[in-house]
Write a protein that binds this ligand. Structure first.
Ligand code: PRX
Length: 566
């Protein structure tokens, strides 16, 4: 029996207060996420239960009980306080998926800081933009990423604490502090900082079409939604071994790779290594993973390897599978039924929503290719893109719109209330995605309503890429778009007009690609560059990405009356 039982009934009756009560949220005036992910589970009698089984890329394994999570996060919280980090300060986590990332996240929250996780593959420019915007005070990182921090720290006057978790006996530079979690004196008792439910907890940066990346600011009470969605959608149960493949540099890795599972007191496994078909199957087999939360790109990569390799492993432990981040094509759902004897359940949400909002539930009829139905407590519809009125006719495409008011909704974009306010129309939060709803209430994703590129489930902003491209000595003008890709859904393609004196060549293409990889990240690196004499623009001089994209996707170009040239 699944945790949710009857979806229809829950959708009719559920109130968020019920989840709050179940979690005992606010008990004794405690609202801090850190408490609910560690101390509370210990108090409930599971102190010795495994919270985290971590395996590194060289095969080393470390186990942490809920008591370990409690004590190590206390230790980190105290260390931050002792080093002058105060409530409300932004503390960036810039690490691979090492235990310090998970425990540091809880530690920051316990001392009232705002956790700002950033993907460790970010290059220095991507890192700089986000630290500069958040005026981040401290960064927790590893030696291997320190070079990037050192190269930008002089431009970041607020960044005064650079904490290195695996430093050896090298001499720290100015503002650097060495901290070894496992060798530090353990802090058994820590006064978890009293925060109200509306106090900022996590700042996750996400990309838009224009401008710099925006920091979606979440608050402590988001845990109410992360707790109950983990329980009802991921169906987490006490004996589960749960594996979320996402990196906590992205929202899935914190909402469902830290907060949701630990608030539910389950054991989770983490593999700090990249993708590998056999490696992943062997991992599931070794730890007897029961619940697996992954992404369509990974599933498509597994599909490419075929069914024979699946048969080499014992994957019968798997009880429930779910996916997020990009459209889960019907073929992937059908394939997973053949491969694992059960489908992947698609879940839809965003950095901004903090938790799953539209989804397929265990026990509910799945329609392969559909994202499912709204979570109880969430009013969702599609609206007309001009009037923002709900569309009544089934099958008509509109913008996905949610009624504000669920606990994990971002409270603002950091320092950018205007963009945040612009997301609300006619009383709805507009997600920026297009979808239709069928006559049984199932949502069918159509595409994004903006130019943001979704590559392998990660959003990349074209503006950020174009700005970085312009810093290359040969680039006069550029446009970045998503180009269809059978595995990653989209990959970045750049159109570039060169400065006088530069000629298109394979070498130049490679040089530009690497330039972006180092500056931004491997995800943002164009997989293809097309050199063009000039770019199509509107009369006001704006580059028409829409036109380039339409050509690439073989779509109708639409109204081009405002184009200056073509
Ligand atoms: O366009 C939608 C797509 O990813 C966007 C959110 O990306 P991000 O904020 O990085 O969060 C990713 C993890 C929650 C959405 O606006 N997206 C997410 N899930 C799905 C999806 N597109 C189609 N189907 C999904 N299940």
């Amino acid at each position: 029996m699944s945790n949710i039982g009857s979806y229809e009934e829950k959708y009719k009756t559920f109130k968020w207060e019920q989840a709050e009560e179940e979690l005992e949220y606010g008990k004794n005036g405690i609202y801090n996420i850190g408490y609910y992910c560690s101390d509370r589970i210990c108090e409930k009698g599971s102190a010795n239960k495994l919270a985290l089984i971590w395996e590194g890329f060289t095969g080393g394994v470390k186990n942490f009980t809920y008591n370990d999570i409690r004590v190590y996060s206390n230790t980190i919280a105290k260390f931050l306080q002792d080093n002058g980090v105060n409530m409300g300060d932004r503390v960036c986590l810039f690490m691979d998926k090492v235990p310090e990332l998970y425990l540091g996240f809880i530690g920051i929250l316990k001392m009232g800081g705002i956790a700002q996780p950033l993907f460790s593959a970010f290059g220095e420019e991507a890192l700089f933009t986000r630290l500069d915007d958040a005026k981040t005070k401290a960064i927790i990182t590893q030696k291997k990423h320190l070079g990037k921090v050192r190269r930008i720290k002089d431009k970041l006057p607020e960044l005064t604490k650079i904490i290195i978790v695996d430093a050896d006996d090298t001499t720290p530079q100015v503002n650097e502090i060495h901290f070894c979690m496992e060798k530090s004196e353990k802090v058994d008792k820590f006064d978890i900082v009293k925060v109200g439910p509306e106090v900022p907890s996590v700042l996750h940066y996400t990309s838009g079409t224009t401008g710099k990346p925006k920091g979606a600011q979440h608050v402590h009470s988001s845990i109410i939604a992360q707790y109950i969605t983990s329980k009802w959608v991921l169906d987490l149960q006490p004996d589960d071994i749960y594996w979320c493949t996402a990196d906590p540099g992205w929202v899935t890795g914190t909402s469902y790779g830290i907060i949701g599972p630990w608030a539910n007191g389950v054991t989770q496994v983490v593999l700090d290594a990249g993708f590998g078909t056999e490696k992943w199957y062997a991992f599931i087999q070794k730890y007897k993973v029961t619940m697996w939360y992954s992404a369509p790109t990974a599933i498509r990569l597994l599909m490419k390897e075929g069914l024979d390799v699946v048969k080499k492993f014992d994957l019968t432990s798997l009880r429930h599978l779910a996916s997020v981040g990009e459209p889960l094509n019907a073929e992937a759902v059908i394939w997973s039924e053949k491969a694992f004897g059960k489908p992947f359940y698609d879940t839809y949400w965003q950095t901004e929503t903090g938790a799953i909002v539209i989804t397929n539930f265990p026990g509910m009829k799945i329609k392969p290719g559909s994202m499912g139905k709204p979570f109880p407590g969430i009013a969702a519809t599609v609206v007309n893109p001009k009037t923002y009125e709900p569309i009544e006719t089934p099958g008509t495409v509109g913008l996905i719109a949610l009624k504000p008011g669920w606990p994990s909704m971002m409270r603002t974009y950091w320092n950018n209330k205007e963009t945040y306010n612009g997301k609300f129309k006619n009383g709805w939060y507009i997600c920026g995605d297009r979808s239709s709803i069928d006559n049984e209430g199932y949502f069918w994703f159509v595409g994004r309503d903006d130019d943001v590129i979704n590559t392998a489930g990660h959003l990349v902003g074209p503006f950020e890429i174009e700005s970085a491209l312009l810093e290359h000595k040969a680039v006069a003008e550029s446009a970045a778009i998503g180009k269809p890709d059978p595995v990653n859904m989209e990959v970045v393609k750049a159109f570039i007009a060169l400065k006088p004196g530069f000629e298109p060549s394979g070498d130049l293409e490679l040089d530009i690609m690497n330039f972006i990889r180092k500056k931004l990240s491997p995800l943002a690196m164009p997989q293809e560059i097309e050199f063009v004499p000039s770019l199509p623009k509107t009369r006001s001089g704006k580059i028409m990405r829409r036109l380039l994209r339409a050509k690439e996707w073989g779509e109708e170009i639409g109204d081009i009356s405002t184009l200056e040239n073509d």
